[in-house]
Design a protein around this ligand. Structure first.
Ligand code: NAG
Ligand code: NAG
Length: 219
């Protein structure tokens, strides 16, 4: 069941700027591997469920701890290319983080279909046989043409006692670090906490139409 609120009564976005040395857009060297099971995508730690198999045609990734950042990294977009010039395409692929991987040899684990898209034409089976490959990656702004950011009520929500939401189609290169909620028109803001992955929740939420206020970092 997906109950979607397209536009709550109001949105307020605020930005904070992290120090420049974070270098959110630098090129990093690492490795990538792939899931043997295609179902792994739908049980991602971010809690996106079926959204993960539809967003960007299912080009999603499980990310290592330093990228996943206990859920802060959920929804982040990355461009990844493997570096073997005989097999790999130059542009590589773009993925959205939907899961966490404990695999300590790679920074990303991809669905095999997504992994094989890094190959040049007719080289995908050769790439798949390699299993784990050297890559370069960088964070990029997420783009969802024709899509507005969407608030989805999470399945663990039990309104009016417990409210749990996730934010889908978050464009740009930002992280959500705080979420506040108030009854529409009220300035009595109450904070939500990150429940797990991309899911924010609170006990005893305000009643009626709600406004949400997000604090995001800008990279
Ligand atoms: C990497 O993971 C393997 C298996 O989970 C473990 O045996 C190994 O100690 C880990 N290595 C490091 C450096 O954490
Ligand atoms: C996005 O928001 C705009 C402005 O509220 C609206 O006109 C448009 O229909 C929305 N697009 C989608 C795909 O919901």
């Amino acid at each position: 069941m997906e109950l979607k609120i397209l536009c709550c009564a109001g949105w307020i976005l605020m930005f904070i700027f992290p120090p420049v040395f974070c270098c959110d857009r630098c090129l990093h060297k690492s490795k990538v591997s792939y899931y043997s099971s295609s179902e792994a995508v739908n049980v991602g730690a971010c809690g996106y469920e079926s959204f993960a198999s539809t967003v960007k045609n299912g080009d999603v990734a499980a990310a290592s701890a330093k990228i996943y950042r206990e859920g802060v990294g959920c929804g982040g977009c990355y461009q990844i290319r493997c570096t073997d010039p005989k097999i790999c395409s130059k542009s590589g692929i773009k993925v959205v983080v939907s899961d966490f991987t404990q695999n300590n040899q790679t920074d990303f684990v991809l669905p095999s279909r997504t992994f094989s898209k890094m190959a040049q034409p007719k080289k995908s089976s050769k790439l798949l046989k390699m299993g784990i490959v050297d890559i370069e990656y960088k964070r990029i702004p997420c783009e969802y043409p024709g899509q507005n950011m969407t608030v989805k009520i999470d399945k663990i929500s039990n309104y009016p006692y417990f409210l749990a939401v996730q934010f889908l189609y978050q464009g740009g290169q930002t992280d959500i670090v705080l979420v506040d909620v108030a009854q529409a028109g009220s300035s009595n803001w109450k904070y939500m906490t990150r429940n797990h992955g991309a899911v924010w929740s609170m006990q005893q939420p305000p009643m009626g139409p709600l406004s949400l206020r997000l604090l995001v970092t800008s990279g």
